[in-house]
Every structure is written in C-alpha cells, then in structure tokens.
Write a protein that binds this ligand. Structure first.
Ligand SMILES: [Zn+2]
Length: 249
C-alpha cells in the first residue's frame, strides 16, 4: 500500500496536466485530489497502516489488557503509577519523551527495574508538527530519543509511538534503520486533550475488552486541578482485574 500511495502521488500530477491540456480539468483533478487525501488520511489517522505497520501485538504475558503510558517520565505521576501497578502485579509499557527522560533518569531506571517496557516517544514531542517533518528532522527526533534512553538504561528501545499517533512517509524508513516497531493502541479516552475525568473514563471503560491496548497519558491536570491519571487509572485497573478474574474463571 505504501508503494501504491507514493506512486499514485507521483503519477497523478502528470496525469492531471495531460488531462487538463486535453480539456478534462475535473477528470484530471479527481485522482490528484484523491491521492492527496489518501496520503493525509494515512498520516493523520493513528490506526492507518498505509505508510507502514501500526502494531498492537504487545508480548503475551498472561495479562488480558496492555496498559501504555505516553509522555513521561513525570515526577508527579510516574512514581504513583508504578506503585499502582506494583500493587496489582501488572506490567505496562511507558513511551517516554527523550527530553523528559534526560531530566528524570532515575524515573526511567525505576520503570525498568519494575519490569515494564520502555518505548521511544520522540525527543521533543512535536505533537502539532511531527506529521509534516522532513526526513532529517524525523530521524533526529527518533534517533535522539533512542540515544537518550540507551544512555540512561544501557540499551536502546525496540518500540516507538509517534506523538498523537501521526506518521508520515518518512517515519517507517527511519524506524527500520533504528530497529524500532511502531506501536499503536486500540482504546483511548482522549486524556491528552480532555480535562474531565468522567468523560475520559466513560470512553476508556466502554472500550476495554480482552486484548485491548489502552493509551493513557502522564503529566495531565484535571479541570479541578488534581492529577488526571489519579482519577482515571484506578477504575481502569479495576476493569483489567475484572477481566483477569473472568479469564481465570
Ligand atoms: Zn504523546
């Protein structure tokens, strides 16, 4: 699909010019427009695999659900999250921002010491511009974060998640060079942009089923000034435990 999409966008401008010259402006414009729209959809739709695989196959460790935390480490949230997971003996994946990791290396090591997975979430988290970055900037964002995590932990991560789930045609080639897999999710409550814990929770809890990959964010403040994750995580963990009991029974 990736090759077809690239080829389509290379050939359609030429076809447009030829058809326009022949007096068929609108017939020529349609494939040109469709090609651009398809490329934009593949870039901005987090679950779309047209530019390359978006995976949700986290390791099977006997848990009904994989919890994933983006945007950390965060000095207010990470220790609290680790404590909640420890109490319930659950493992999660933390997709860290390189700059945050360098600011809080002890938190990165604490995540790893508890047996969780670490992932690359770019060096500076350019969430509004990542989708339109050119190849060199894409490579730098990804490589710098891997280097930061390797410096702190001694090994480079194998997983990557792009800011806001956006990925353009330059992202997968950069990931291949660094041995990274692009990981998506299946359930999110939009806690990255919403500050009402109940709205976030309603969406999360209605989506969680066996096999779900749940996206949560660190470092977010609720409308009432409290830490958002402290309202949303306990009910999510209870739902995961219920599923685990159901599976066991
Ligand atoms: Zn993020």
């Amino acid at each position: 699909m990736r090759r077809a999409l690239i080829l389509w966008n290379i050939l359609s401008p030429g076809a447009f010019i030829l058809l326009w010259a022949a007096g068929h402006f609108w017939i020529g414009l349609a494939p040109l427009f469709a090609g651009h729209m398809a490329a934009l959809f593949a870039t901005l739709n987090p679950g779309c695999s047209w530019w390359g695989p978006v995976r949700t196959d986290f390791p099977d460790i006997g848990q009904p659900v994989w919890l994933t935390f983006d945007d950390g480490p965060d000095p207010d949230d990470t220790p609290w999250i680790l404590e909640q997971l420890r109490r319930r003996d659950l493992k999660a994946a933390f997709f860290l921002i390189g700059e945050n990791a360098l600011r809080h290396p002890d938190l990165v090591r604490a995540i790893l010491a508890d047996g969780h997975l670490l992932g690359n979430h770019t060096q500076t988290h350019p969430q509004f511009s990542f989708w339109r970055l050119m190849p060199r900037a894409v490579r730098r964002e990804i490589a710098d974060c891997s280097a930061a995590l390797a410096k702190i932990t001694g090994s480079a991560p194998a997983l990557f998640r792009p800011p806001a789930g956006h990925k353009n045609l330059f992202v997968h080639p950069a990931l291949e060079k660094l041995g990274l897999r692009l990981m998506g999710w299946t359930v999110r409550g939009f806690d990255g942009s919403r500050s009402d814990p109940q709205a976030v929770l309603r969406r999360l809890l209605s989506g969680i089923t066996p096999g779900s990959v749940v996206l949560l964010h660190e470092g977010r403040i609720a409308a009432d000034g409290t830490r958002l994750i402290q309202s949303t995580l306990p009910p999510v963990l209870a739902a995961v435990e219920n599923l685990a009991r159901g599976n066991a029974g």
